[in-house]
Design a protein around this ligand. Structure first.
Ligand SMILES: Cc1cc2nc3c(=O)[nH]c(=O)nc-3n(C[C@H](O)[C@H](O)[C@H](O)COP(=O)(O)O)c2cc1C
Length: 208
């Protein structure tokens, strides 16, 4: 693979939110997770953990637990009941219609321990950055397999509900959810900010 091929590969990954019903072989999921674990991590402690859900009954348990929490929050926001049920149904449907759901968790138990808040916070950020790296590699590995996937942030808003629904070890803190399946369509790339907007060079580059 040339550098150009690799840039093209990276630039053609899309967030995919609609999937065919086709199942994903376990060996493919294992390969994707293995590639995810080749991500760099702080102190090489590999604080990522993955809960892999393929059976409908567990997806339903997860979707119900998350949507109860979601519903309560929308009620607190004083949204109209029809709008609440529309949003809750949509979020439930997304989980139920994905062939594979993976919850990414962070586990702090092997990270450094500090007595003060400042360093504790930095260590936690390092662990979540490391887990996020694994999340990105997971999306790219899925792309390499011809699968579609999307990063969903909702577990962050329902960490206890997710942990309980999936009986996760108590050190596993849910951070994100990935929905995976064979795509029904590949959407257009979303526009990106220019390099000029998102970078500051110490000296003016002729190209930027
Ligand atoms: C931290 C994070 C959280 C995200 N949360 C959601 C989400 O909750 N729902 C969703 O549909 N997409 C979510 N996305 C996907 C983004 O919307 C998507 O990456 C962005 O629109 C760019 O599109 P692309 O991935 O196709 O390039 C999330 C992405 C990241 C990195």
């Amino acid at each position: 693979m040339t550098a150009t091929d690799f840039h093209t590969f990276l630039r053609t990954r899309r967030s995919i939110r609609r999937f065919k019903a086709d199942l994903i072989p376990d060996s493919v999921i294992e390969d994707i997770l293995t590639t995810a674990t080749f991500a760099p991590s702080a102190h090489h402690r590999q604080p990522w953990r993955f809960a892999v859900i393929t059976e409908s009954s567990t997806k339903a348990k997860l979707a119900n637990a998350m949507s109860r929490k979601f519903q309560k929050e929308l009620e607190n926001d004083n949204l109209a009941p029809e709008e609440i049920s529309r949003r809750v149904m949509r979020s439930k449907d997304r989980i139920l219609s994905a062939p594979v759901v993976i919850i990414l968790c962070v586990d702090m138990s092997e990270m450094d321990k500090y007595p003060d808040r400042h360093r504790k916070k930095a260590e936690f950020i390092m662990a979540t950055q490391s887990a996020a790296n694994a999340g990105v590699q997971l999306l790219l590995a899925a792309h390499a397999e011809g699968l579609g996937s999307v990063w969903v942030c909702s577990p962050l808003f329902a960490q206890d509900a997710v942990q309980k629904a999936l009986s996760l070890p108590e050190t596993w803190e849910p951070q994100a959810m990935y929905l995976l399946g064979y795509p029904t369509e590949i959407p257009q790339a979303r526009e990106r900010k220019s390099i000029k907007e998102v970078s500051k060079w110490s000296q003016t580059s002729p190209d930027v």
